[in-house]
Write a protein that binds this ligand. Structure first.
Ligand SMILES: [Zn+2]
Ligand SMILES: [Zn+2]
Length: 334
């Protein structure tokens, strides 16, 4: 039953992809003289369609949940608006487009030179023969491997000052909602896409499966940022990162403190936090955001930008400031 439905969805997306490509994208590419990109464009359409499906799911299911059982009451949702823009930009693939145009050719070259020079990859299929014959098993195994890398990636985002300034764009949202997961600095999104695509290539993930690994992971991460009470009972919260667990990570002074301290870095599974002793199960509601956004004396009422452009720009300004300090021989502590 479920495999049939999944197969139906996959076939449907494939048909729309072909239709869009032959009727719209290919003629446009030929018209503007970008014929060399037609293979990449065909793949890119698939990403856009999967992203559109995710947005549909978010509006149809997650948004009503926020309206029904909000975890944190807000007088208005104005602050969430910019995050909706992030979601549309990220999920509909403006970054994927940049990725396909700028990075895909580099990845193709990397892949062929790896084959040409006999550079060994750590393909999981070689360690566990027949793994890729069982799509669901390999899907979850790849998900776990990528999630382990995701845990460390997130820890580094907090650990290194320059990287933290990019990640601060995500943490500066004080009204967390289902859209907040996509609120990330463009450069951070690009670095992340390249990092995980390289890793996937190294462990032998098929591109067709990679799209769904990313989509599945992103959707669960959107759920974690939801402003709604979700019942994570019967040990489920130890199996999957719950909204309460991730909200703790966003809590000022409890979940993170710039580059000083942090807990609950897990992306999908809290196991890595349990293993590396960074888990906090306390679900007491706390204010979310970054300490220096608070009014004096707790903070300096620092502004991280209201709109997309200012958030992007101010991150670069903070980085320049940090590097300026470092250049003068000072050690920046937060
Ligand atoms: Zn974080
Ligand atoms: Zn988050």
């Amino acid at each position: 039953m479920i495999p049939d439905i999944l197969q139906g969805v996959l076939n449907g997306i494939g048909s729309v992809q072909t239709m869009l490509f032959t009727d719209v994208v290919q003629p446009a590419l030929y018209h503007f003289g970008f014929m060399d990109y037609d293979e990449d464009a065909y793949d890119a359409i698939y990403w856009v369609l999967v992203g559109a499906l995710q947005i549909l799911f978010m509006y149809a299911l997650l948004r009503p949940l926020e309206a029904w059982r909000p975890a944190e009451p807000w007088s208005d949702r104005k602050a969430t608006r910019v995050d909706i823009l992030y979601t549309w930009i990220t999920k509909l693939g403006l970054f994927n487009l940049v990725f396909f145009v700028l990075l895909q050719p580099a990845f193709d070259r990397l892949q062929s030179s790896m084959v040409l020079h006999g550079i060994p990859t750590i393909e999981l299929d070689a360690m566990w023969p027949g793994l890729t014959d069982r799509p669901l098993v390999s899907f979850f195994l790849y998900l776990i491997v990528l999630d382990f890398a995701g845990y460390w990636y997130h820890r580094w985002q907090h650990r290194f000052g320059v990287w933290w300034e990019l990640h601060a764009v995500h943490h500066s949202q004080r009204q967390m909602s289902l859209w907040t997961d996509d609120r990330n600095h463009a450069l951070d999104t690009l670095i992340q896409s390249a990092f995980f695509a390289a890793l996937a290539l190294l462990i032998g993930v098929e591109p067709s499966q990679y799209v769904w690994l990313v989509a599945f992971s992103n959707l669960l991460q959107s759920v974690q940022h939801i402003n709604a009470h979700l019942p994570f009972r019967f040990g489920l919260r130890r199996l999957l990162v719950s909204p309460a667990f991730h909200r703790r990570h966003h809590a000022i002074g409890y979940g993170h403190e710039g580059t000083h301290y942090g807990c609950n870095f897990g992306v999908l599974f809290p196991w890595w936090d349990m293993l590396f002793k960074t888990a906090s199960w306390n679900e007491a509601p706390e204010s979310t955001g970054i300490r220096d956004q608070l009014q004096a004396p707790a903070g300096t009422q620092r502004c991280y930008g209201e709109g997309w452009w200012s958030q992007q720009y101010l991150a670069f300004m903070r980085i320049a400031q940090r590097m300026g300090h470092l250049g003068r021989g000072n050690v920046v502590k937060n």
